[in-house]
Design a protein around this ligand. Structure first.
Ligand code: N2P
Length: 357
């Protein structure tokens, strides 16, 4: 009897230890008792209905957080203390995350829908073999403008923004690479230029744009331009498409001096608590119907060729948002310029912002 009691006490103690250990593990991984997926994405970058649909289909609960620049996203993940299962960086940020071992390799056997992605968007230099990242959206940087507010004038070049009659009429997206890239491109330099003299020249030129800049803003840029609060805005292409769907007076141009071609891909950060659910989510987003619904909702260009085939012709046939390979070849993709140079770009952008105050 004594022996039986002792055995019972040992089993009870072991169960308690096991229970506490599992509970600790769950809470350190951010589980709220069930199966959870934490997504870190750009603002306004998914149809919320699709998040609901994913939750319903899989029973996985989604926690959703947003960022509005690669730099903000990188800082947050670098700092640690987060358990993001999915993030959606652009190419140069993916390359940086790979260098810093902030992402984990993907298991392609769990992504059968990957076959739907157009080969043109696969195996790009920032991630050979798509070992770490899967295409989500792609696009350009350009100028959305309102000819009616500009006396019927057309905009074709970056330099048009420096025209004195653009005084207080321009909004800029709040991105270091985008704004520095515009300064460099407008001078005929590459948006990946690292020569100090060129960077200083670009910043001096940006400072001269100050009187024309009404504000440097995040996602509210769409609402402000659609409401005709400004005559022109430097934006990502998909934002332009959304603005133009709201207000048909507006047009979008990729400036003739050249601009940026970007790719936003889904990755699994190394801090992920639920890589299994992350793979499920990536595969879900690669489904043609899902990708088409998402592209139609957010206005960005899908790299999913099966999704493109089911989108209405007025979307898939619009060359401003689906430029052909020949046009995109003339554009530049941001290089990962290395930690020091990227920090320098950020610093110069910040100085430009301070110059406005
Ligand atoms: C979405 C912004 C997309 C960013 N609001 C382009 N990399």
């Amino acid at each position: 009897m004594k022996q039986l009691t002792r055995a019972f006490i040992v089993i009870a103690a072991l169960s308690l230890v096991l229970y506490i250990a599992i509970d600790r593990l769950n809470s350190s991984q951010g589980y709220s008792g069930g199966n959870t997926l934490t997504i870190y994405n750009w603002g306004d970058y998914i149809d919320p209905e699709l998040v609901d649909k994913f939750e319903e289909e899989t029973g996985i609960k989604v926690i959703y957080q947003t960022f509005d620049s690669n730099e903000a996203m990188l800082t947050k993940i670098q700092q640690g203390g987060t358990t993001f299962d999915i993030a959606v960086p652009s190419e140069y940020a993916i390359s940086k995350m790979k260098d810093e071992k902030l992402v984990i390799p993907l298991d392609h056997s769990k992504l059968p829908n990957l076959k739907n992605i157009d080969q043109r968007f696969m195996d790009l230099s920032f991630d050979p073999g798509n070992k770490y990242s899967i295409p989500y959206f792609w696009g350009t940087v350009g100028i959305v403008y309102n000819p009616e507010l500009l006396g019927g004038k057309e905009i074709t070049s970056w330099d048009d923004l420096w025209n004195p009659d653009m005084k207080n009429k321009i909004l800029l997206a709040d991105g270091a690479r985008e704004v520095m890239g515009m300064g460099l491109n407008s001078l005929g330099y590459s948006l990946n230029d690292t020569e100090e003299a060129h960077l200083q020249e670009a910043k001096a030129k940006l400072n001269r744009l100050t009187p024309n800049v009404k504000a440097i803003v995040g996602d509210e840029i769409k609402m402000l331009l659609a409401n005709e609060e400004a005559a022109a805005g430097v934006v990502w292409s998909g934002d332009a498409s959304e603005i133009m769907a709201e207000n048909e007076n507006l047009d979008y141009v990729v400036p003739e001096e050249g601009s940026n071609l970007w790719f936003d891909n889904m990755v699994i950060p190394k801090t992920a608590a639920n890589p299994e659910a992350a793979h499920q989510f990536i595969n879900f987003m690669l489904d043609p119907e899902t990708a088409a619904q998402n592209a139609e909702y957010v206005g960005y260009s899908t790299p999913n060729k099966e999704a493109l085939a089911i989108l209405p012709e007025e979307i898939s046939g619009d060359e401003r948002f689906y430029p052909d390979a020949e046009t995109t070849e003339k554009l530049e993709v941001y290089d990962n310029l290395g930690k020091k140079m990227l920090a320098h770009y950020n610093e110069l952008f910040l100085e430009f912002k301070m110059h406005r105050k």
